[in-house]
Ligand binder design. Structure first.
Ligand SMILES: Nc1nc2c(c(=O)[nH]1)N[C@H]1C(S)=C(S)[C@@H](COP(=O)(O)O)O[C@H]1N2
Ligand SMILES: [Mo]
Length: 197
């Protein structure tokens, strides 16, 4: 079953397309460098920091976790949006529950194979639409789009969605990620045009 979450824009206003964005049917690839090579048998996903239980999954274990499929919109800070992306993955709140995140955790830092990081307040991640996605439009997530597993954040600009994710770290103090250190917005709400900080 596919859950349609493309109406989440209503939390922020009347327009599905955020200001200053234009729609594309293509799915451009945007990365700070080359697509990193990934041996699926070596890939691990780690959950650590301010948690009761540190978790490690290999790819088979991760894909075996209960997944949801959602129809979501995708908004890149460079000005394009792609409507109706079908992502399948594990909702962020499920990982929070499995790890038993501490009460004093306030922030999250995502880590990736290419050294990329991105950060968000824990409250901004604790939504069913934030997925650790392993499939796009019914197929395994393509490597260029972050396969085997990426984060998707349909309520934020897409730089918040770490491709090639290898871990999520729960923090008791905010830390900034790769683009956030270079002037991109920490909060990144597309309907408020929070592009830069
Ligand atoms: N690991 C990693 N994740 C990343 C990036 C990156 O360079 N490395 N680029 C970000 C940016 S700026 C955007 S717009 C989206 C692009 O996702 P796409 O290539 O699937 O369109 O991935 C984000 N996640
Ligand atoms: Mo981006």
């Amino acid at each position: 079953m596919t859950d349609d979450v493309t109406d989440l824009y209503r939390e922020y206003g009347d327009e599905r397309l955020p200001p200053g964005q234009r729609c594309t049917d293509r799915f451009p690839v945007l990365s700070k460098g080359e697509t990193p090579s990934c041996d699926p048998s070596e890939w691990r996903f780690e959950v650590y920091g301010a948690v009761d239980r540190r978790l490690t999954y290999d790819l088979d274990e991760f894909r075996d976790l209960p997944s949801v499929t959602q129809k979501q919109d995708f908004h890149c800070v460079t000005g394009w949006s792609r409507f109706d992306c079908m992502f399948t993955g594990i909702p962020f709140p499920d990982i929070v529950e499995r790890a038993g995140v501490d009460d004093d955790a306030v922030h999250v830092l995502f880590h990736a194979l290419d050294g990329y990081t991105t950060d968000l307040p824990l409250a901004d991640c604790s939504r069913e639409e934030v997925l650790f996605a392993h499939a796009l439009d019914g197929d395994d997530l393509p490597a260029d789009h972050g396969g085997p597993v990426r984060v998707v954040t349909p309520h934020k600009y897409a730089y918040k969605g770490t491709k090639w994710v290898t871990g999520v770290e729960f923090l008791t103090e905010p830390e900034r990620g790769y683009w956030e250190k270079r002037g991109y917005s920490g909060t990144a709400n597309p309907w408020c045009e929070e592009r830069y900080s």
